[in-house]
Design a protein around this ligand. Structure first.
Ligand SMILES: C[C@H](OP(=O)(O)OC[C@@H](O)[C@@H](O)[C@@H](O)Cn1c2nc(=O)[nH]c(=O)c-2cc2ccc(O)cc21)C(=O)N[C@@H](CCC(=O)N[C@@H](CCC(=O)O)C(=O)O)C(=O)O
Length: 144
C-alpha cells in the first residue's frame, strides 16, 4: 500500500531537483550522481506526517536495499533517519520501478555486510565514516 500524504519538497534545491526530475521522467533521468546509480526513498515525516523524498546511492542485494544515513559524514544524522525510525514503511524507486518496503536499522555482522556492499557501490561512504565520530546508520529495506 503506497504511502499517502502531502509531498513536502526538500529545502535542498539540488536534492529536490534531482528527485523531481527522477520521478517526472519515470526513473529514466537524473538517476546518477557522478556516474553512480541513485534511488529515490520516500518516507513519512515523523512530526509533519508529510511525504519526504530523498535521493540516496543505490545499494541493492537480492531485492533488498540499504539506506545509508551518511549525510556526507556530517556530525548529525539526516532528518529522514528519524522518519524511518518512527515509520518503517517506505517507498523506494529504482529507475522505473517503485515499490513498498519496510525499513529496519541493522547492526553487527549484518551491518558490516551491508556496509561492504555500500562502499563497493559508492566508495565515498568510507571517507564519510572516517570524517566523523558518528557511526553512520544503515537501514535495510525489505520488499513488502
Ligand atoms: C535537508 C533535510 O534533509 P534530510 O532528511 O536531513 O536528508 C539530508 C540528505 O540525506 C538528503 O538530502 C539526501 O537526499 C542527500 N543524498 C544522500 N544522503 C545520504 O544521507 N546518503 C546518501 O547516500 C545520499 C545520496 C544522494 C544522492 C544524490 C542526491 O541528490 C542526494 C543524496 C530536510 O529535508 N529537512 C527538512 C525536514 C525534513 C523532515 O523529514 N522533517 C520531518 C521531521 C522529522 C524529525 O525531526 O523527527 C517531518 O517532516 O516530520 C526541513 O528542514 O524542513
Amino acid at each position: 500500500m503506497p504511502l499517502t500524504g502531502e509531498y513536502e519538497p526538500s529545502p535542498e534545491a539540488w536534492v529536490r531537483e534531482q528527485v523531481e526530475q527522477y520521478e517526472a521522467s519515470g526513473g529514466t533521468e537524473a538517476t546518477e550522481l557522478r556516474g553512480m546509480p541513485v534511488v529515490v526513498l520516500t518516507t513519512l515525516g515523523a512530526k509533519s506526517g508529510k511525504l519526504r523524498k530523498q535521493a540516496l546511492m543505490r545499494v541493492e542485494h537480492a531485492g533488498s536495499y540499504a539506506a545509508v544515513a551518511s549525510l556526507g559524514g556530517a556530525p548529525k544524522n539526516p532528518v529522514w533517519y528519524h522518519n524511518l525510525k518512527a515509520n518503517p514503511l517506505a517507498e523506494l524507486q529504482d529507475g522505473p520501478v517503485k515499490r513498498d518496503y519496510t525499513a529496519r536499522e541493522v547492526s553487527g555482522e549484518e551491518k558490516a555486510q551491508w556496509w561492504e556492499r555500500a562502499v563497493a557501490a559508492y566508495p565515498d561512504y568510507a571517507d564519510y565514516q572516517r570524517k566523523t565520530d558518528r557511526e553512520i546508520p544503515v537501514f535495510v529495506l525489505d520488499p513488502i
